[in-house]
Design a protein around this ligand. Sequence first.
Ligand SMILES: O=C(C[C@H]1NCCC[C@H]1O)Cn1cnc2c(c1=O)CCCC2
Ligand SMILES: [Mg+2]
Length: 485
Amino acid sequence: GLGLSYKKDENFGEWYSEVVVNGEMIEYYDISGCYILRPWAMSIWEVMQTFFDAEIKKMKIKNCYFPLFVSSGVLQKEKDHIEGFAPEVAWVTKSGESELEMPIAIRPTSETVMYPYFSKWIRGHRDLPLRLNQWCNVVRWEFSNPTPFIRSREFLWQEGHTAFATKEEADTEVLDILELYRRIYEEFLAVPVIKGKKSEHEKFAGGLYTTTVEAFVPNTGRGVQGATSHCLGQNFAKMFEINFENEKGEKSMVWQNSWAYTTRTIGVMIMVHGDDKGLVLPPKVASVQVIVIPVPYKDADMQGIFDACADTVKSLNEAGIRAEADFRDNYSPGWKYSNWEMKGVPLRIEIGPKDFANKQVRVVRRDNASKSDIPMADLVEKVKDMLNNVQQSLFDIATQKRDACIQVVHTWEEFAEALGQKKMILAPWCDEEEVEKDVKARTKGDMGAAKSLCTPFDQPELPEGTLCFASGKPAKKWTYWGRSY
Ligand SMILES: O=C(C[C@H]1NCCC[C@H]1O)Cn1cnc2c(c1=O)CCCC2
Ligand SMILES: [Mg+2]
C-alpha cells in the first residue's frame, strides 16, 4: 500500500531505508554501498550548493576541478595521511583486457592530487593566499554497514583547499567555513549542531587540528560528524614542499586548511525530521514547498476549481514560493495527500467546491498536520508566514529533542548508564589520548564503542578540582562523548 510498513520509533533502520525510497530520494543500486540520487534528493543538494558556493565566492575562493585519478606514488607520499585509510582506497588496475603498468587510485580526497601543483604555483608571497574549492565525488571503499547518504562508497562533496602566508589567516578561515557549515545545518536543514574541536585521536591525522559541527540522531542515540574544517598547519607544506618567499625574502612554508561537507547532510536531515508518514522537508530546502490539489466533486464546476488551483500556483510562484499543482486525473485526492506527505512537502493546499464558493483554500501543514482555511486574497502572505513557521518549528523541536538527549555526567557509572540510555554525554575529561583509547576499549560492544565527539567551543564552567570521568585525573575540559555513525 501507500504507507510505510515500519515505524520510526520501532524499526529505525528499516524505517530509514524505506522512507528514502518511498520518498523518491534514493533508488538502490546493484553495487553495494552505491545509491542513485533521484531528483527529489539532488534538488536539496543543489539548494545547499547554491548557498555555499555563493558564500565562498564572497570569500574570493575559486572553484576548480582536478582529476579523479591519483598516481600510486603520489598517494603514498604521506604515510600517516593514508596509513589508516589504505583499505578504503579503490584502484583502477586494468583498461579493457590489459593490465595497467601502474595501478591508479580513485580519489578518496584530493590533498595528494592538488598539493604537488600548489607547490608549483606558489613561489612568492604575492601568490598567497591561494584558495581553491571543487565540487566533486569521492570514493572510499567502506566496509561497515552502508547507509544511504550517511555512509556510501561514493558520495558528493565540496572540498576546499587553501594556503596562507600566516597561521592567523588559516585559523580565521577555519572558523569562517565552520560557521557556513553551521548555517547549512541550522538555517537550511533545521538541524541543531554543536561547534567544537576534535580530539587528537579523532582529528584528521594529516592535519594540525580539526573543527567540526556535530549533529545527533535521537532515535539511535548516535552522534554524526556533520562537516569538518581542518587546519593542516605546515604538515602538507613540508611533505609537498609548498614554500614561498616572504616579504623579507626568507623562504617559508605555507599554512593550509582543508574543509568539506557531503551528501551525508541530507541523510541527517531525513533522520531528524522524518516521521511515520514519510519525509518531512524543511521549506528552505524543499524543491516543492506547496502542493495544490483540486478536490473534485461529482456535479461541481470543476473547471472553476482547476482554474483556481492554477491561479493559486501562479500567485505563489510570482512571490518566489516553489508551488506546484497535482492535476493528475488517475489518482484520488486521498492518494495524492498520502503521496505528497510521503515526499515531505511542507504545505498542502486543497481546493474543493466549498472552498471555491467561499473564495478560500484549506492549508495543511506536513510537520504538525494542522489545518487552516485561508481567504484567497491573503494567500501569499499567509503561506509565506506558514513556511517560515514550519522552518522555525522544525528547528525548535529538533533542538528540544537533541537537548533532551544530552546528559551531563561526572563519574564512569553515570557515563555508562547514560550511554546505555542512548544519550550524548557531556563529561569533564583530562584530555589524555590514552584515556580516550581506554574509553573506547571499555565501551566496545555490538552497538559500537563510545568515542569523543567534540570539545565544544562553548565550554561550561569547570570548577577547580573537577576530576576526569574516566581517569579520575584533574579534568581540563568538558567534552561530548557518545556512539557515532
Ligand atoms: O579527507 C580527509 C581530510 C580532508 N580532505 C579534504 C576535505 C576536508 C577533509 O575531509 C581525511 N580522510 C578521510 N578518509 C580517507 C582519507 C582521508 O584523508 C584518505 C584515504 C581514504 C579515506
Ligand atoms: Mg572514513
